[in-house]
Design a protein around this ligand. Sequence first.
Ligand SMILES: [Zn+2]
Length: 256
Amino acid sequence: MDLQMYFKGIDNYHSGAQQARVFTETWVARNLYCPRCGNENIVHFKNNRPVADFYCEKCKNEYELKSKSGGLGEKVNDGAYDTMIARITGNQNPDFLFMGYQKQSLTVKDLVIVPKHFFIPSMIEKRRPLSATARRAGWTGCNILINTIPKQGFIKIIEDGRIVEKEKVLLQMSRCSKLEILNVEARGWLLDVLECVNLIPMQEFSLDDVYRFEAVLAAKHPQNHNVKPKIRQQLQYLRDKGFLEFTQRGKYRKIY
Ligand SMILES: [Zn+2]
């Protein structure tokens, strides 16, 4: 994997955004293996498809690339808000690749993969509708709040200019695929409780440590009035999937 991107041959594209799209996509097609199955490369879709940018010829998985100059930060700009929500709730999202690149040196700084089953509607922030004078007046875009994605589904391929070993990426991908839930409501509970567990600094914790997040979880799921049983259910699920274990002292221990 060569972190250098190339600018040549793209002078025909006038806008900076178009140019960035070409050199980042060219880089992915030349350098990136399939994070799902390890196939040597992923292929760019011929035409500009609305849903995905790349696919793997071996496992058929699809990927969408979002890139920005500089660090990845807390959020990444995406297209229409309604479309994104419909894609998440309809399970039509591809896996997402988030790339941060250095504009001066034209090198890849960060590259992260987030599997499709790690997206829930609360991670999508509505932007202000375009003003009445804009060409597409009223159009509403969105931001993906990448800082709210639990780390188990925020898998680094390149971290601050350093390439993470492929084996490690594939292992993390295969591990997090155990948390794949199609129902968006159930997925929301799982990821929200997982994020609470991630926020507990200790490796070993009690049920009360998670109950401290009861108000936060209740606010995220206002239609549910049985938050505590819901928490216990998610912890059980995380244990069954090998992310937690019960210790002899009635506590939970993180396995990651
Ligand atoms: Zn593949």
